[in-house]
Write a protein that binds this ligand. Structure first.
Ligand code: HEM
Length: 287
């Protein structure tokens, strides 16, 4: 029998290269922080640096967790489902570290910690997202899936999309100047939500290559419009100013183009796999 801590083994107790690769990915931010330890310690605010790193990676892994279901279908790689729980729990652990570091930054003073959170909207939003992640982590065990029943468990875990939305709002609210990365992250989340909406509307979780292409183009356009409106509101400038810079490489590659590039990679994977792999993945029971 496989021990609970033997994360590199699959359900049958075999060494799983996929699990090993995901474990390495999950430990990468930790390795990077250790590598940067000197710079972090000598920086102006070491704890704040770590708060930013853990928050950022919690959001990244939340996105990767959400991408498992669409991508296993697109890549026709059903085994991906085997690492979804690991990714979800790691998201929670990075978020927990993020909050523990914030607690340390408040000099471990519980009263100050609670007052700080309740007086700032972006921290309340982050707090609600964290509570949601905690509920999902607690209900992620096989026992809880059995106890809740497949349907109720699936419905509960669809809250991941709401949690991701709250985490994104928290990310935007605390960003002071450059909105490029938050807008790119929002574009990717929009693509994932769009995928689920199209699948729900057509009554099948498999989208054609053409639908994926249409979704990618629509989301890229929305990202461009969203960035223009967001910058216009945040910095009180004309939205046309942002649209004018969309084709100016010197200003940087706008998030909409980055979303388009990522989406086109997914479309290409789907096109290749549709021609090379048959039959398609059968949906798992607990999705
Ligand atoms: C009680 C809950 C939370 C607290 C107290 C909290 C606190 C903070 C603080 C203090 C910052 C830095 C703000 C600054 O320097 O101005 C931050 C940034 C951030 N937080 Fe949270 N947070 C919470 C929940 C979350 C959750 C659940 C997520 C994601 C799943 C998250 C993701 C982020 C991200 C992405 C950043 C920005 C990182 C970057 O700069 O790259 N936070 N948070």
């Amino acid at each position: 029998m496989t021990g609970i801590w033997e994360l590199w083994r699959d359900r049958r107790g075999r060494l799983s290269p996929l699990r090993l690769a995901v474990l390495a990915l999950l430990l990468l931010p930790l390795a990077k922080a250790l590598y940067d330890a000197g710079a972090i310690a000598n920086g102006a605010r070491p704890l704040n640096d770590l708060i930013h790193r853990t928050g950022f990676w919690a959001l990244v892994f939340l996105g990767v967790t959400l991408a498992v279901t669409p991508f296993r279908r697109i890549a026709r790689y059903g085994n991906l489902i085997d690492v979804r729980r690991m990714l979800g729990v790691a998201t929670f652990l990075y978020a927990a570290a993020h909050i523990a570091l914030f607690f340390a930054d408040q000099s471990y003073d519980l009263g100050k910690f609670v007052t700080e959170i309740t007086k700032r909207v972006y921290l309340i939003v982050g707090g609600v997202a964290f509570l949601g992640l905690a509920v999902l982590a607690v209900t992620s065990t096989d026992g809880m899936v059995r106890r809740l029943g497949g349907l109720r468990w699936r419905r509960l875990h669809q809250a991941t999309y709401v949690i991701a939305l709250l985490a994104l709002v928290h990310y935007f609210q605390q960003t002071k100047a450059d909105l490029t990365v938050p807008v790119f992250a929002a574009g990717l989340f929009l693509w994932l939500i769009g995928y689920r909406l199209v699948a729900w509307r057509q009554g099948s979780s498999e989208l054609s290559t053409l639908s994926l292409l249409a979704l990618t183009i629509a989301v890229s356009l929305l990202t461009l419009i969203g960035e223009a409106l967001g910058v216009a509101i945040a910095f009180r400038v004309s939205p046309l100013l942002v649209l004018e810079t969309a084709f100016d490489i010197e200003v940087g590659i706008r998030p909409a183009w980055q979303v388009l590039a990522a989406g086109l990679v997914v479309v290409a994977v789907d096109a290749v796999r549709a021609r090379t792999v048959r039959p398609r993945v059968r949906p798992a029971a607990a999705e």
